[in-house]
Ligand binder design. Structure first.
Ligand SMILES: [Zn+2]
Length: 318
């Protein structure tokens, strides 16, 4: 596979291209490169980015990218689709969420030219690749030890993002303005229309969610006129939330979470029981506000302050 360190999507020949894009150097002086897959049409149009593995253990997004790029290989009518299957290469190689120095890349975007190693790495990917995008979908999963439903985070005040969010075939939309230091936030700051997709659990390939999400991205490309496919909405009730909160563990111990993902919970419902290692119940946690379970821990061993449950609050007006 060809190695490059610079690219101009407008000058690129139409067709499929796969490259290693050089970002920085490792301790041996070898290139640390990210893989990129490009499908460019003969006709001008949007530059549409799909990114995954910003957190190095969130695998579902990579398979989504492979499926989508395969599906559109002979169908692109205009523009350019660029996929980065592995953003955080050092994290991916160590099967861990964080960068090689333990930093969460989704808290330091868009990086910094003369900064620390994680800032330089993020800056080079932003400057040379992602800053060229008109649209970006950033694919994630829950963190290690937790589970999520398939949900998207989008700013629904933006008319176009509002429409795209609703055809991604997710279970739930969390309407939110992004934090500036996330990839979504740093994209929004430079005018790139961006949505975060949370696709289930880390360190797994979950076929059902991968298929559902892939179809959602195909729907998006159809909606933008980049391919000519029917928008296929799966038969499920989309929940729109305009707020969410997390219940933290008041104490270390062994937790049992009562509700399942996507269950509706009411204020006062028993949602978690914590026992100590002697088998005594130390806490029974009641739900402080009604909502829908977006995610929860699946490792019962918890420390004080750990997020146990993520609850979305449905918006009755949207
Ligand atoms: Zn993530």
């Amino acid at each position: 596979m060809k190695r490059i360190h610079r690219i101009n999507f407008l000058d690129l020949k139409p067709g499929i291209h796969k490259y290693w894009f050089n970002i920085t150097k490792d301790a041996l002086g070898d290139d640390i490169s990210v893989p990129i897959i490009i499908n460019k049409s003969k006709k001008d149009g949007p530059i549409f980015f799909i990114n995954s593995l910003l957190h190095g253990d969130e695998l579902n997004g990579m398979e989504v990218i492979h499926k989508v790029m395969d599906f559109i290989s002979d169908k692109l009518l205009c523009g350019c689709v660029v996929a980065i299957p592995v953003f955080n290469v050092p994290g991916f190689l160590q099967a861990q969420r964080y960068f090689s120095n333990g930093v969460d890349l989704n808290s330091i975007m868009p990086g910094k030219k003369d900064g620390k190693i994680h800032q330089i790495y993020a800056h080079k990917i932003m400057k040379n690749l992602i800053s060229k995008a008109d649209y970006l979908l950033d694919l994630h999963t829950a963190r290690k030890g937790s589970r999520n439903c398939y949900y998207v985070r989008a700013n629904l005040n933006d008319e176009k993002l509002n429409e795209i969010a609703k055809i991604l075939n997710s279970n739930l939309i969390l309407d939110s303005v992004p934090t500036i230091t996330t990839l979504r936030g740093s994209c929004e700051a430079i005018g790139i229309k961006s949505i975060t997709l949370e696709i289930g659990d880390p360190l797994k390939y979950q076929k059902g969610m991968i298929n559902t999400c892939s179809r959602g991205i195909i729907n998006t490309l159809s909606y933008l006129g980049m391919i000519n496919e029917k928008v296929e909405l799966f038969d499920k009730k989309l929940i729109i939330c305009n707020n969410s909160y997390r219940i933290q563990s008041p104490e270390g111990g062994i937790v049992e979470i009562i509700p399942n993902i996507l269950d509706k919970v009411n204020q006062g419902d028993l949602v978690a029981i914590i026992k100590d290692v002697f088998g005594e119940i130390t806490h029974k946690i009641e739900c402080p506000n009604s909502g829908i379970i977006i995610g929860k821990v699946n490792n019962p061993v918890v420390e004080e302050g750990l997020n146990l449950i993520h609850i979305g609050i449905p918006n009755k007006n949207k």
